[in-house]
Design a protein around this ligand. Structure first.
Ligand code: G6P
Length: 469
């Protein structure tokens, strides 16, 4: 079997320093969780950034990191503080991320960060060249590395190269704002197969390719003049059984008992995300506030558990968001809280897997209302964890996952009244109906799980070897 070379900005394992030692931790985010759950079952090597700042001269530490990561089938690409500032915080998270999520007013267009983005993509290309074997299948992931497929194509003309885009691809009218839009599209077209989560993203991408590069497409195939590049949708699944099976495990059951003791008979609404402005957390808090005000009967009977995992703390818009959320939580708790009831339980922290699954299991409602989200695996994880079939998912229509989870209560996250109504409906939903809705979604998620997703993408990639025309 061919070896699979996975390339992404972030490795599934992050390395940090603690008292002079190196500490390994699972990385957060959809890509690391999703792809991270299967790669070890393949003959594979994962090339990416280990999440630690390294100065050029720290060679001894670099070697130690290479060694510890080798055991995890990972190969590090070291980024300097300068790279992180201009490439990761800068072009990736201050330009591409907001633009591709339709937050064009947040996007900054700085030629300096663009230059560093190109250079870091070359750095990744060099790192791949260090480890690549002639027969490897190379699978590049996400918006940090949109130039990499073409760079690799130039150095490995016959390689099998796939690219998967984990975030939305916006409409042409939004994408066209980017000053380097043609370069980004040409970078992607170095791949043999380009995958997206939804049909909408595929359509938007093809329309940008046609309008900006003039390449026609039929049935998802783009003709560049020298090659044919395939595009298709591959909605990412989850490691279904990991979530379903863990729900009954002893450590999770212990956590559930602890949570239940803490909340007593109160209903729990769970909100769990990376701390990111695309997730719509302030609107969610405002809706909860309005609900308590409008329907005082809920006071003392419902708690919102708000878990926000720290993310991209070097980027200003994320710092501003954190402040806003701190204030909102403080305001709501100050307004309604009593000596024995905290309306919003707020954790700005990383949750261990068992605690997360316990919260999924204990929560009566999961409130997943991003303003834009490529997929949102959390919505799927919640449904998978509900082995007795109960629990209600409220899901934003702006999340890719909404295309597959139509039995959830689907809302427009900007419509506060609709969100309030959805919470009320969820809290009052009869158990029989909860079970019917969840069972249908569970069957779908079980069938199209992460293994299926990988298999599907790699099979299509195998079939889609570059055709010269
Ligand atoms: C999203 C992106 C991933 C990214 C993750 C976490 O899910 O699609 O590529 O890894 O967010 O963000 P971070 O900046 O911490 O890698």
């Amino acid at each position: 079997m061919k070896r699979l070379l996975i390339v992404s900005n972030r490795l599934p394992i992050s390395v940090s320093r603690k008292n002079g030692d190196l500490r390994l931790q699972r990385s957060v985010g959809g890509l690391a969780t999703g792809v991270g759950s299967f790669y070890k079952s393949y003959e594979s090597l994962w090339v990416g950034w280990p999440g630690i700042n390294i100065q050029k001269q720290q060679n001894e530490e670099k070697e130690r990191i290479v060694d510890v990561l080798r055991k995890e089938q990972c190969h590090p690409v070291f980024l300097s503080p300068y790279d992180i500032r201009h490439y990761y915080d800068g072009f990736c998270n201050n330009t591409l991320w907001p633009l591709l999520h339709y937050f064009n007013l947040h996007a900054e267009y700085d030629p300096k960060t663009w230059q560093v983005y190109q250079r870091v993509n070359e750095k990744f290309c060099d790192a791949v060249m260090e480890v690549a074997r002639p027969d490897d299948t190379i699978w590049v992931h996400d918006y940090h590395l949109m130039l990499l497929p073409q760079m690799l194509r130039e150095r490995l003309p016959d390689a099998e190269i796939g690219y998967f885009h984990h975030i939305p691809f916006p409409s042409f009218e939004v994408f066209r704002h980017l000053p380097w839009r043609e370069e980004i599209l040409s970078g992607l077209l170095g791949a043999d197969l380009i995958g997206f989560h939804t049909y909408g993203y595929v359509r938007h991408f093809l329309s940008s390719v046609r309008r900006l590069l003039g390449y026609e497409h039929t049935f998802g195939e783009v003709r560049t003049g020298t090659r044919v590049v395939r595009t298709d949708l591959f909605p990412m699944g989850i490691d279904y059984h990991r979530f379903a099976d863990s729900a009954g495990s002893a450590p999770v059951q212990k956590e559930i008992t602890r949570i239940r003791q803490m909340y007593g008979k109160r209903k729990i609404i769970l909100s769990f995300d990376r701390m990111d402005y695309t997730k719509g957390i302030p609107l969610r808090l405002e809706a909860f506030d309005a609900l308590l005000e409008k329907k005082p009967d809920y006071q003392g009977k419902v708690s919102l558990v708000l878990v926000a995992v720290p993310s991209r703390t070097g980027v200003r818009s994320y710092q501003t968001l954190k402040k806003r959320i701190d204030e909102l939580v403080g305001r709501i708790n100050g307004k309604y809280g009593t000596t024995d009831w905290v309306p919003v339980r707020y954790f700005y922290n990383f949750l261990p897997f068992e605690t997360l699954v316990a919260f999924y299991s204990a929560a009566d409602v999961a409130l997943v209302t991003p303003l834009r989200d490529g997929m949102n695996l959390m919505a799927k994880e919640y449904v998978a964890t509900r082995t007795d079939g109960t629990g209600v998912l409220i899901l934003s229509e702006m999340a890719g996952a909404a295309e597959e989870l139509g039995e959830a209560i689907i809302v427009n996250p900007n419509d506060r009244d609709a969100v309030i109504e959805a919470i009320e409906t969820a809290l009052a939903m009869p158990e029989k109906e909860q079970i019917e809705r969840n069972r249908t979604m569970q069957r779908r998620l079980m069938r199209y799980d992460i293994e299926h997703w990988v298999g599907d993408f790699l099979t299509r990639l195998g079939d889609a070897r570059t055709v010269r025309v």
